[in-house]
Write a protein that binds this ligand. Structure first.
Ligand code: PMP
Length: 284
């Protein structure tokens, strides 16, 4: 009896040595992101790292002063409302009401997040149902976080390429970022009865393309025809180098189906702060 009991204990502890908690397959499948990978590789060979999105200049004094003043204010250190602090929501409401040419209600049409990335993940999570194979159109090349965010939210990424359309030879000459075009028929053919979301990114990371009003109208028409939610990642809205930045949410019929995502990290050159927002109609 004693020896078989011991054998039981031994085998349990042997098992305990082998068994380890494992992440859910959905999460494990997303792997290491490009950002982490490139930072490690660049550091290991002491290379100049162009892949990490850091600003190469310090933040302006006014923004650092604002952070210092906020820290010195004792009312700022307790739980904030889940949707964001009222003062920030109000400021965002004023700025985006002006930009969008419509009154935006800060208490129901804006939410503040831990960076644009969390705003994106929250939007995917809110609009995708697990286990249904719901599809999300991503325009490639694309910011690398979209794919794992979609997968973790239970969706399936479907890629549509931007293609270089120019008479120039890109291997010999510098081409404009606007030489990258989305073929609208290619977009249409990627849509199935499972497509729920189209992700737009303008200005575009990594190619820098600023989508024109006409391009956005065409994309918007497809979204309306197929009842898609558009998640419009506009974190680089000011990096247009002279081109007009158009938010797709401002086009006719698009406010109702668009969540626009922004980032204070990009806006003020303080990427480590991780303050972002999502803007859309209260029903969404
Ligand atoms: N969208 C794009 C296109 C980005 O390039 C980045 C950051 N590199 C983000 C979203 C994430 O922004 P945040 O740092 O505010 O989470």
């Amino acid at each position: 009896m004693a020896s078989s009991a011991n054998a039981g204990i031994d085998s349990t502890s042997a098992n305990a040595k082998c068994l380890r908690p494992k992440p859910a397959p959905l999460y494990a499948s997303t792997g290491l992101d490009v950002w982490t990978l490139m930072n490690q590789v660049a550091a290991s060979v002491n290379a100049v790292n162009l892949g990490q999105g850091f600003m190469s200049f310090p933040p302006k004094d006014f923004i650092k002063r604002a952070a210092q003043e906020a820290l010195a204010d004792d009312t700022h250190h307790q739980y904030a409302p889940a949707r964001g602090r009222p003062g920030l929501l109000e400021q965002l409401g004023t700025r985006f009401s002006e930009k969008f040419g419509r009154p935006i209600d800060p208490s129901s049409e804006i939410s503040v997040h831990a960076g644009a990335n969390e705003a994106l993940l929250s939007a995917f999570t809110a609009f995708l149902e697990h286990g249904k194979g719901e599809e999300v159109i991503l325009i490639e090349p694309a910011f690398d976080q979209y794919t794992p965010n979609v997968i973790m939210a239970g969706g399936k990424p479907v890629y549509v390429p931007l293609r270089i359309c120019t008479d120039k030879d890109p291997s010999k000459e510098v081409i404009s970022s606007n030489a990258w075009k989305l073929d609208i028929n290619e977009l249409k053919s990627a849509i199935s009865d499972k497509t729920r979301i189209l992700v737009l990114n303008t200005p575009h990371n990594p190619v820098g393309k600023v989508f024109t009003r006409k391009e956005l109208q065409e994309i918007g028409a497809v979204a309306q025809q197929h009842n898609l939610l558009v998640i419009s990642d506009e974190v680089y809205e000011h990096l247009t180098y002279g081109a007009a930045h158009v938010s797709i949410a401002t086009l006719p019929g698009m406010w109702e189906r668009t969540i626009t995502v922004g980032s204070a990290g990009k806006l003020f050159g303080v990427t480590g702060w991780r303050v972002g927002w999502a803007i859309g109609p209260a029903e969404l």
